[in-house]
Design a protein around this ligand. Structure first.
Ligand SMILES: [Zn+2]
Length: 380
């Protein structure tokens, strides 16, 4: 049996990771850290899940390390009197939720434990961490390059380091893909997804009953991830699910609007976010027939390939076929006294243009009339 060591914070990433390691046939050793965090309820929730797993035949060796006296010297809103900020998780004010050097401290302890287990059990041990790219914006110590160099330092600073490896299975993922992974694990291991995720905590500022307000950055990110996988979050909030969800969606939309305003030109913004139409024969892709792909200007989703484009003479880029995986949304549009079918990006809801029935018959007879301003061409 393979042996794995991981930090189990009691949040959704590390809980999903634990399920994954069990699913992959590892004998798992977990460490929880008490660092004086306001959301210490997460450690209780982790223990509830350990007990639930054991009841279902999955034994996990779990230890809690007390770093509270050490880290009481540290600054940051998670461990000090400073208030935990509310708002979107990618906003600047969330930086106060960074605990100085936290992941380097935790990683050092995990590495020492993994080496000790490797010696004691005479086996190779892998260290798994649940960090993912969505964490990078605010938390520099979640970056892969940080872990790569840290691991290198551990390797050159220890005997027998070749028996310990570092794995970051979620590094290219996000909260949504991590939850999808947990669904697969629950399926394989015959465990109840809702029971497990009711036994987690993601909020940085839960009330005395351990319930989340749904308003801190980490709450928002979690709520949106459950919404994205089409499930209600089983954890208890101070308000009902529809209230916390609509708050999170409103914040997300406000945040994305800021992102689009910064990233897009005025024309691109007006076309994609306000359904404007560029003037005929002015768009950069109207007479553009290079080989390559056309992506959504807002979110980068692949929408069309040059093989699906043709010269319709209508004044806007015309396509007879969308990419197989584009999944472009169609919505009835009765604006400007006409009945038309509007087409939108299924990932970010950007307005792209309209689809008409006067396209080339040999390709099905449709004409996607798309604004150049909604597209980004990439060669290839
Ligand atoms: Zn998009």
């Amino acid at each position: 049996m393979k042996t794995a060591v991981m930090a189990l914070s009691g949040g959704m990433d590390s809980t999903s990771l634990l399920l994954r390691l069990i699913r992959e046939g590892n004998s798992v050793y977990t460490i929880g850290f008490n660092y004086g965090q306001k959301h210490i309820v997460e450690l209780e929730r982790a223990e509830q899940n350990i007990a639930y797993l054991e009841k279902n035949g999955y034994k996990v060796i779990h230890k809690v390390v007390d770093l509270s006296s050490l880290m009481s010297m540290f600054s940051g809103s998670l461990t000090s009197k400073e208030e935990v900020p509310t708002g979107h998780y990618e906003e600047e004010q969330m930086k106060s939720t960074v605990v100085p050097n936290r992941n380097a401290i935790f990683s050092s302890i995990i590495y020492g434990y993994a080496l000790s287990l490797s010696n004691e059990l005479s086996t190779n041990v892998s260290i798994s961490l649940g960090v993912h790219s969505g964490d990078h914006a605010i938390y520099p110590d979640c970056r892969p390059e940080f872990y790569k160099i840290l691991n290198h330092a551990f390797e050159i600073g220890n005997w027998d380091a070749e028996n310990v490896s570092l794995e970051l299975p979620y590094i290219d993922g996000d909260k949504e893909s991590i939850l999808q992974d947990a669904i697969v694990s629950c399926d394989v291991l015959k465990l109840d997804f809702d029971t497990i995720f009711a036994n987690t905590n993601t909020s940085y500022d839960p009330d005395e009953l351990g319930r989340s307000s749904g308003k801190t950055g980490s709450d928002i990110e979690r709520i949106l991830a459950f919404h994205a996988i089409g499930r209600k979050d089983p954890v208890e909030y101070q308000d009902d699910w529809s209230t916390v969800l609509s708050h999170a969606l409103a914040l997300e939309s406000e945040h994305m609007d800021k992102v689009y305003r910064e990233k897009l030109t005025e024309l691109q913004y007006q076309v994609t976010r306000n359904s404007a139409t560029e003037r005929a024969f002015t768009g950069i892709y109207d007479k553009h027939f290079e080989t390559g792909n056309y992506h959504c200007i807002c979110c980068g989703k692949l929408l069309f390939r040059s093989t699906g484009k043709y010269n319709s003479g209508c004044g806007w880029p015309a396509f007879h076929t969308e990419d197989d995986n584009a999944d472009i949304k169609r919505v009835s549009d009765y604006s400007h006294g006409m009945a038309r079918i509007e087409v939108k990006c299924s990932k970010c809801d950007a307005h792209l243009g309209h689809v008409f029935e006067d396209g080339p018959l040999e390709y099905g007879g449709e004409r996607y009339c798309i604004n150049s301003a909604a597209l980004e061409f990439r060669e290839g």
